[in-house]
Design a binder for this molecule. Structure first.
Ligand code: UAG
Ligand code: ATP
Ligand code: API
Length: 487
């Protein structure tokens, strides 16, 4: 049992009614999951207001309530704590509850529109190869050294984060790399954590349904760096327009990386092929198995982070050359009939453009590039026509299809994507709503040496339609369909 006032240490409290010496069982921010003697934290969310569920939480056995507004009538024997911000309170309380595990681990957070999963996962790979016990909190999976757990979010809620960090502490994990999403920062999921460093990748259009304006989205990302302690490092991409803005007000030690601008860590691309990249990092040349300019940025950020965390230069270069690409990120195979199929998680305009430009810069130009792409439902609508435009401009043929429609009509989403297509490209595009049929159509169209890009769902093994997740794996389906056609 924990004592409430210990868990409240460092929480910004406005008022208290009742006894904070009370023993509490667990913390809970969902009334439906409250058990006897728990503390219920009322959160004002995107869909609901947790304050409306305080009574329900008490009926389930909550012994204390943390809220932003005291309820009109209070129940005898229950402790009420009014906090200035319950999102922040939850994060601080979650850390306290688990004994502040982030203080025992060197934690590095990665934020930015694209590249978070790649950088966090490859840093995890690299530090494990270097012999350290390492943790990972990513969109694709959570790793406590060699033990894998399922991920539900890019940045989980504070209780989940701290639960895994506690497990990591018990396992003797020394380094942990985690993705820090803009939703995570806005909802203060990472506040209360102690970071040894932060990495900024880039900032382009995404999630404007949630953050409303680009400036708001940028400022949310910046907040992560504003909160870094002065002993931490803040590593930013000097080639990105917003790279300097991110670290403008940070107390942390600032470092930059870049391919084009002056920076503390610099690299140059010497070769860019389907087999990988030859990079010159500082004075050293290194071959890596990843493809494309965007991955040169990712590799450079990884290299710089490893340097900042104290690994030896030659050791880092050796390990960087062994890194394998992340599941669903430019994952490809070549069929017996000579068709190259690439599955990539590009679900933003910038990542789609990058991946198509990368393919175009590597291919000979004699083959066709056929792109299969959709956009997710219940997500930023403004990116749909932009992604439609990019796909049509940079491919020989485009098949618009469904991604995760969630609660939206997939055909309407496709229509919104089509609206971005410039008239001179109309004859390049067609629409096949059923994603499997769309991939099949691409496989049928493709001949020897042609390239199929299946974009948007990467590692995902499901398609979410009206709250139901049906099995769907782009890589597996493309493999089966191409094999069947090769026969
Ligand atoms: C929009 C959004 O981000 N929602 C997240 C948020 O939920 P919320 O607080 O807004 O929830 P809400 O439904 O409004 O409810 C408010 C509060 O009332 C409580 N409640 C509700 C009903 C009830 O009966 N009793 C009760 O107590 C809820 O538990 C909650 O505490 O906080 C929850 C706990 O942390 C998250 O699980 C949830 O993620 C939803 C499922 C989600 O889909 N999030 C996505 C958009 C997301 O976070 N994505 C980013 C990555 C994006 C990217 O960069 O690509 C991520 O980090 O994963
Ligand atoms: N540094 C980068 N710059 C631009 N695009 C990138 C970069 N790294 C990866 N990409 C592209 O973005 C896609 C998503 O990459 P990744 O999963 O690493 O990003 P992310 O930030 O984790 O995205 P999400 O939070 O949505 O998972 C990749 O499939 C690739 O097409
Ligand atoms: N983390 C992103 C992933 C989007 C992936 C795409 N396949 C979609 O479903 O929109 C999000 O939740 O917005």
């Amino acid at each position: 049992m924990n004592i409430l006032k210990d868990i409240l240490y460092k929480v910004q409290i406005a008022a208290v009614a009742g006894d904070t010496s009370v023993a509490v069982n667990a913390l809970c921010f969902d009334s439906r999951k409250v058990s006897l003697n728990d503390v219920f934290i009322a959160i004002r969310g995107a869909e609901a207001d947790g304050h409306a569920f305080i009574d329900a939480a008490l009926r389930q056995g909550a012994v204390a309530v943390v809220c932003e507004e005291m309820p009109g009538s209070m129940v005898n024997g229950v402790t009420y704590v009014q906090a200035e911000d319950t999102h922040a309170a939850l994060a601080v309380m979650a850390s306290n509850y688990y004994g502040n595990p982030s203080g025992n681990i060197k934690m590095v957070g990665v934020t930015g529109t694209n590249g978070k999963t790649t950088i966090a996962t490859l840093l995890y790979q690299l530090f494990r190869k270097a012999g350290y016990k390492t943790g990972l909190l990513s969109t694709v999976r959570i790793m406590v050294d060699n033990k894998e757990y399922a991920a539900t979010h890019t940045t989980p809620d504070p209780l989940t984060i701290n639960r895994y960090l506690d497990l990591m502490t018990q396992e003797g994990v020394e380094f942990c790399f985690m993705e820090v999403s803009s939703h995570g920062i806005a909802q203060k999921r990472t506040e209360g954590l102690r970071f040894a460093g932060g990495i900024f990748t880039n900032l382009t259009h995404d999630h404007l349904d949630y953050h409303h304006t680009f400036a708001e989205y940028r400022d949310v990302k910046k907040r992560f760096f504003d909160l870094l302690p002065k002993e931490a490092f803040a590593l930013t991409n000097a080639d990105d327009r917003n790279g300097a803005v991110m670290v403008q007000n940070t107390a942390a030690r600032k470092y930059t990386y870049a391919l084009k601008s002056y920076a503390d860590f610099r690299a140059r691309i010497l070769e860019n092929q389907f087999g990988g990249l030859l990079l010159k990092i500082g004075e050293n040349e290194v071959w890596v198995k990843l493809i494309g300019q965007f991955n040169a940025y990712n590799i450079l950020a990884i290299y710089a982070t490893a340097e900042l965390l104290g690994l030896e230069t030659m050791e880092i270069l050796r390990l960087v050359s062994e890194l394998e690409s992340v599941q669903g990120r430019f994952q490809y195979f070549v069929s017996e009939g000579g068709v190259t199929a690439i599955v990539d998680y590009s679900h933003t305009p910038d990542s789609l453009k990058n991946v198509l430009q990368t393919i175009n810069s590597i291919r000979t130009g004699n083959e066709q590039l056929i792109t299969v792409v959709g956009c997710g439902g219940d997500r930023d609508k403004a990116k749909r026509p932009v992604m439609g435009e990019i796909a049509a401009e940079l491919s020989n043929k485009v098949i618009f299809t469904s991604d995760n429609p969630r609660t939206e009509d997939p055909e309407e989403i496709i229509r919104e994507m089509e609206q971005g297509v410039a008239p001179q490209y109309y004859n390049k595009t067609l629409s096949v709503t059923d994603r499997k049929q769309a991939i099949k159509a691409a496989c049928q169209m493709a001949g020897q040496n042609d390239i199929i890009l299946i974009a948007g769902k990467g590692h995902e093994t499901y398609q979410e339609i009206n709250g139901e997740r049906k099995d769907f794996d782009d890589f597996k389906i493309a493999g089966e369909l191409i094999k069947a056609l090769d026969k």
